[in-house]
Design a protein around this ligand. Sequence first.
Ligand code: SF4
Length: 345
Amino acid sequence: MIEAPECVLVLRFSSVGDVILTAPAIEALHTAWPDTRIIYAVKEPLRHLVANNPHVHQVVSLGSGESLLSFSRRLRALGYGALLDLHGKIRSRLLRLLLPRTPRVIWHKRELSETLAVKLGFRTYKSRMPLADRYHLAVERLVGRGLKKGELRYYLGPEDQKIADQRLEAAGVDLRRPILGLCPGANWETKRWPAARFGELANCAIAQGHQVVITGGRSEVGLGAQISSVAPRVVDLSGQLDLKGLGGFISRCSAFVANDSGPMHMARALRVPTLAFFGSTDPGMFDFRGHAFMFAGVPCSPCSFFGRSRCPKGHFRCMLDLDAQQAWRSLAPLLALGRSAAVSA
Ligand code: SF4
């Protein structure tokens, strides 16, 4: 056990989902060391994900194009007394070589014994514990004792809802009526439930009186267009919301439907009842209490840790076996219960 330092530096540079998933661990750290300043280092484009977290005292962002040497100089100047590396990849490993040798704990996403057989194609992947619990264990190792777990929370900025509301109202969405949010994108192709099925699901919700709004990044506008071609009454905001607007928008939703992606974690952290589709990745990596997920459980699934650019078997049954009617049966109870389902879980 080490004595609580005046200041602790936490490293987690990306991605959206992973940064959001560190929130419970940061809360546990703050509770364990209430007088310690927590400094969070993250990539500049993701700064907003932690900027309003009340358990984080300072955010230091790594600018695009900034060298690790320059960044390490800025971090050294902070005079922190302990380091918690929740990134655990090559970038943070190189950075650590340039930083003072303070007490430190390095987080590992997976053990080699978990991954080798999957990489060699001998077996499918099964996570040993939720990722948020792994972050929590790293905090316990740093503090040197067992700790109460924190909650998965995402803290909006003061402008976020206003930004989203302006977009929604400009698109003709009535903020007094229920909104179902759809997010058909994901970084990897094999993590994407087909856009046409999102469209079929949207039609089920619209028939029951819900407004359906699509969100997604600029590179995902094509998915929004595919959904709109199946469900012409959806409102498509693909490519129109930045991180601030995305959080504000999700917080307005009665329920949210997404693939295994950053917005899916944001929705759960905002306590919006969420339905998620899993195929090539393992839903056991996350806690779905108060939410729902669909997983076909075909024998080859999950075949990867974070998704693939194409199905190595060619049939893509892990996603194609999930149809829109099944999805509607999973979604309807979440819509009926509304926000109370996710908040009380
Ligand atoms: S169908 Fe099987 S092999 Fe293909 S992407 Fe899905 S889990 Fe992987």
